[in-house]
Design a protein. Structure first.
Length: 386
């Protein structure tokens, strides 16, 4: 079904995507989106830039076929910043191939997934034109996933949806039917400033933050008892503490940041209520003043583990790459939540690459894994459309 030089084709597209720096922040996806639209246009495939939700950060969409069912392939084109270039052994945007790996920022997370989505869409176009397949495929190349922006959500709301969704994030080509959610909270403890030579004149926000930190630590212990068979434990991790303006000033404010990981059985609204009740209890017992704000939200999501979509991908992943067909869940958060929660679409997270490579120095992906991913994706989409 696939050509003998498919690994070279796959790596060529991955390289072109990696070489177009698309860091977010600040949100440099435009050059990458324009390349994708040009790539599809060169193959006479219907494609366009979508200037929503932001005109200066367009998303790329392609569509082949016009029948049912419709399979939506989704990948984000933004990447986290490369960081300290001195820590890289390879230029993060040179897409260097060394041995069996391609190195570069976004190679695993997730331009390899975007590349095989593009190539699969083009392959399906050929099959539809020849009468071998019916149905349709939509390829979404979206912005803003790394910062919880509504790229995927906007495309789905604008009609670029379907019967099935495949979010092409790196899962080692295991079909994930559930994922954890993530919310960040910023908690402010208020004090009153004074000169440190007269500390009792003010109110030290760091001291007032002590019972808040204790309560949050106990809360983390409690939520760790909540478990999910596929994605593991819930967590409430203190990740930042900021206070003080000068060495000789009693701090008037302390800010605590919490990273709260949710299992599919938990909702954002329930966790909001837990945080509010925790802080209310601390305020009452210790006479401290707090405020809180949820600053980022990725809802958890899940479908049935034996869904038709997951079953098809497990079968072909095991056949082509020897991947386990056991049920699987993702402990991170992806845009699959937008398919499942916002438009009620049967969707999985599946793609080549090891998630442990994401956001690292010398991020890399196996060239063979990319080629295997392309073959599995073609086979799976073919079965879904047959």
């Amino acid at each position: 079904m696939v050509s003998n030089n498919i690994e070279d084709e796959c790596i060529s597209v991955v390289s072109e995507l990696v070489q177009r720096e698309s860091e977010n922040p600040p949100g440099n996806e435009q050059a990458c989106a324009e390349y994708i639209v040009d790539w599809f246009s060169d193959r006479d495939i219907e494609t366009r830039l979508v200037e929503e939700p932001y005109a200066d950060r367009p998303q790329a969409v392609a569509r082949v076929g016009d029948g049912s069912p419709t399979v939506v392939l989704n990948g984000h084109i933004d990447v986290v910043p490369a960081g300290d270039r001195e820590q890289w052994s390879y230029d993060p945007y040179a897409a260097t191939v060394d041995g069996e790996y391609l190195y570069g920022r976004g190679s695993t997370d997730m331009k390899a997934g975007v590349a095989i989505g593009m190539l699969t869409t083009a392959w399906v176009a050929e099959q539809i034109d020849s009468g071998e397949l019916s149905g349709s495929v939509i390829m979404q190349a979206v912005i803003g996933e790394e910062t919880a922006e509504p790229g995927t959500k906007t495309l789905l709301e604008n009609g670029y949806d379907g019967d099935y969704g495949v979010v092409l994030e790196p899962t080692g080509m295991r079909a994930a039917t559930s994922e954890k959610g993530l919310v960040w909270y910023e908690i402010t403890v208020e004090g009153e400033p004074s000169h440190a030579s007269r500390p009792d004149q003010g109110r030290n926000a760091i001291q007032d933050a002590r019972p808040v930190l204790t309560a949050l630590t106990e809360y983390d212990t409690d939520v760790r008892e909540r478990t999910d068979e596929l994605v593991g434990n819930a967590y409430a991790t203190i990740t930042k503490f900021e206070a003080g303006t000068k060495e000789n000033v009693v701090p008037e404010r302390a800010t605590i940041t919490i990273d709260r990981r949710m299992i599919p059985a938990e909702s954002v609204e329930e966790v909001d209520q837990e945080i509010a009740e925790l802080l209310s209890g601390v305020e009452e017992e210790y006479n401290v003043q707090t405020e809180w704000e949820r600053t980022r939200t990725y809802e958890s999501a899940a479908i049935e583990t034996d869904s038709d979509l997951a079953t098809v991908f497990r079968k072909h992943s095991e056949s082509v790459a020897g991947v386990s067909s056991d049920p699987f869940g993702v402990k991170a958060s992806t845009d699959v939540r937008n398919f499942i929660n916002d438009v009620n679409t049967e969707a999985i997270t599946w793609g080549p690459g090891d998630l442990s490579q994401a956001h690292t120095y010398n991020e890399r992906i196996s060239t063979q894994a990319v080629a295997n991913g392309y073959e599995i994706l073609c086979r799976s989409v073919e079965e879904l459309l047959s």
